[in-house]
Design a protein around this ligand. Structure first.
Ligand SMILES: *Cc1c(COP(=O)(O)O)cnc(C)c1O
Length: 417
């Protein structure tokens, strides 16, 4: 299998189809013309079957026929994807929901969902003979690309906005990326990266520009379909920045449905942070997103000018889903709530999804008799400042039992013995 399983690249704006010689966006529409990769599904269906799956690699490359890479290429060693799904009955009960499932994507090699896309990105860069790959990111795409470049022997150039949380910057530095900390917003870093890739010929890992990256993101949908099958909940909940993640997940679910590997399709619930929710407003009004200055502690979804809103809106419309926003307070409240009932520690952008589901239940968008799966897109250790801000401090004491006795009441333990 070279690339014969890919048929066309279709512009999500004008609908024109292009051959694989187009590198990034639609030549007619420019940067607004994001492309969508089409596959020869009849061909895919011949090999990607229920019977063939159990014996395959235990990572996202198990869906090779639905990934836009040449199968003869060397693949990164890192185990990306096939992250665990957990039933979370105590969290479900607390939400007043029939059933809740978590998919922990903080378990990926660099601790976020972005690894799914980076894995495809580095393979694509090598396929095209590029030695340098670049991206602009609020943090996770950057640390992910840096990690995958390190493991795969490529050079990464990373543009981060200056308020990126320190642990994410630490990841970049330790992976040996060339880090450019831009004195500006994510959106400004994004444009600088875009211009640099044009000028220097670096491979651009940005999901909105690069049609192949979203294909990596869709593996979360492929996995949910395989892992949950007929037990697929009615709702799939994801936080939304640029919209690529939600759009990708939906594409994966649809493909598995089309291949007969998922009996029915769930509805997509997208969640933005209130300080950065241009898509929520645009979706409600039927217009295009109006750029805002992003203000939220959920740095991974702090996107003032979303790029992939067309694909995301399409996913929400097609799935009869919903898009809503949550405040930073709701996010900070959801973070310990999830951790204390499941031990899954999500970063703010991941907890935003749970906060959104909580709100959706309260507002009647999601019915209490329904079930949902929340994708935890990033690990909480990536932003400990927010975590510490939301939890109570530890109890200080000198090292003796009498002192412990005097502070015991503060622990509020059950009085059983
Ligand atoms: C990138 C990211 C998202 C949102 O993804 P988009 O494709 O920008 O919508 C959500 N959560 C985390 C942790 C992320 O890193």
């Amino acid at each position: 299998m070279a690339l014969e399983h890919i048929t066309t690249l279709t512009c999500v704006r004008c609908g024109r189809t292009h051959g694989l010689d187009v590198a990034y966006t639609c030549p007619a529409c420019g940067t607004e013309g994001i492309l969508d990769v089409g596959y020869d599904y009849e061909r895919v269906a011949r090999t990607l079957t229920r019977e063939s799956l159990p014996s395959r690699r235990r990572d996202q490359w198990r869906y090779m026929e639905l990934l836009p890479v040449d199968a003869r290429q060397e693949l990164p060693e890192l185990q990306v994807g096939l992250t665990p799904v957990y039933e979370a009955p105590r969290l479900a009960e607390e939400l007043g929901l029939a059933r809740l499932v978590l998919k922990d994507d903080g378990r990926n090699p660099t601790c976020s969902f972005k690894d799914r896309a980076s894995a495809v990105g580095v393979v694509k860069a090598r396929e095209l003979g590029r030695e340098v790959i670049a991206c602009a990111s609020t943090g996770n795409a950057a640390s992910s690309l840096a990690g995958f470049s390190a493991a795969y022997g490529l050079n990464s150039v990373i543009f981060v906005p200056h308020r990126t949380p320190e642990p994410k910057v630490a990841q970049l530095l330790i992976y040996g990326a060339r880090v450019l900390r831009v004195a500006g917003s994510y959106d400004e870093a994004y444009w600088l990266c875009h211009a640099a890739c044009e000028r220097y010929g670096w491979y651009n890992r940005n999901c909105a520009i690069n049609p192949y990256l979203v294909e990596g993101k869709k593996t979360v949908g492929l996995e949910l379909a395989e892992q949950l099958g007929a037990r697929m909940p009615q709702w799939v909940v994801l936080s939304v920045g640029d919209g690529c993640t939600l759009a990708g997940a939906w594409k994966g679910l649809r493909e598995m449905h089309r291949l007969g590997l998922l009996p029915w399709l769930p509805r997509m619930l997208g969640v933005q942070a209130a300080g950065s929710s241009p898509m929520v407003r645009a979706y409600a009004s039927g217009g295009e997103p109006v750029p805002v200055e992003a203000r939220t502690l959920a740095d991974s979804i702090a996107v003032g000018q979303p790029r992939n809103w067309r694909k995301a809106f399409q996913a929400i419309r097609e799935s009869q889903g919903a898009l809503l926003e949550v405040t930073d307070e709701e996010i900070l409240e959801a973070m310990p709530r999830m951790a204390r009932r499941t031990a899954v520690f999500g970063e703010p952008a991941a907890a935003a999804a749970l906060a959104g589901l909580t709100r959706a239940v309260r507002e009647g968008i999601v019915n209490r008799s329904e079930d949902a799966v929340v994708v935890v897109t990033g690990n909480g250790l990536k932003d400990v400042r927010s975590a510490i801000q939301t939890a109570a401090p530890p109890v200080d004491l000198p090292p003796d039992l009498a002192a412990l006795e005097s502070v015991l009441h503060k622990l509020r333990l059950p009085a059983s013995n």
